[in-house]
Design a protein around this ligand. Structure first.
Ligand SMILES: [Zn+2]
Length: 192
């Protein structure tokens, strides 16, 4: 029996940490010394770099709608676009963390990237931080990804979910759920 491990506390601290640099909107004073070497603050952070790489990886695709409602700002591709630009990813306006902004964890992003570039899976991501998940879910902490299609087959309908789940584990995922686990008959959940 597997159980969803939840940790609500991590969510809050992740938001607080991540809000720091992004919240500091630069006031573009022309005479500021800070402007000498730096274009208006856009740190090429590791998460931004990884998000950009994922977006550039052929074979990784994204759901264009949520299961529970319509909100474009929290779709998985938009989550990556935001993070690639140094912004935070947005949750959906429903669910347990409505309207929050969260960082995407670099371990998770690295795993997602390597599923494509190293393991050569073609897969569709249905959610990062958007949609609705169980209370305290690591999705809301930017540490989990849901995948619905693997190599052209839907999870639960002859997709090779076992191989994909093993790849997640080899890439360091600490919780991997899929068909056979409660609530995961049609998607794979990989969490770092
Ligand atoms: Zn999930």
């Amino acid at each position: 029996m597997k159980r969803l491990a939840v940790c609500a506390a991590a969510t809050v601290s992740a938001i607080a940490l991540a809000a720091g640099p992004t919240a500091a909107a630069p006031s573009p004073g022309k005479h500021g010394e800070a402007a000498r070497h730096h274009a208006p603050a856009k740190p090429a952070s590791e998460s931004a770099r990884l998000a950009r790489s994922i977006l550039n990886t052929k074979g990784i695709t994204y759901a264009s709608a949520h299961v529970g409602g319509t909100d474009k700002a929290s779709l998985p591709k938009q989550n990556l676009v935001d993070v690639s630009h140094g912004r935070l990813a947005r949750t959906s306006p429903w669910g347990h963390e409505k309207g929050a902004r969260v960082a995407l964890d670099t371990r998770m992003l690295n795993g997602v990237l390597k599923l494509g570039t190293q393991y050569h899976y073609r897969f569709e991501i249905s959610e990062f931080v958007g949609g609705e998940h169980s209370r305290g879910s690591k999705h809301y902490a930017g540490r989990a990804v849901d995948v619905t299609w693997i190599n052209g087959r839907h999870v639960g309908r002859k997709a090779d979910h076992r191989g994909f789940m093993n790849a997640c584990r080899k890439l360091g995922a600490t919780l991997v759920l899929g068909p056979g686990d409660k609530g995961h008959s049609t998607h794979v959940h990989c969490q770092w």
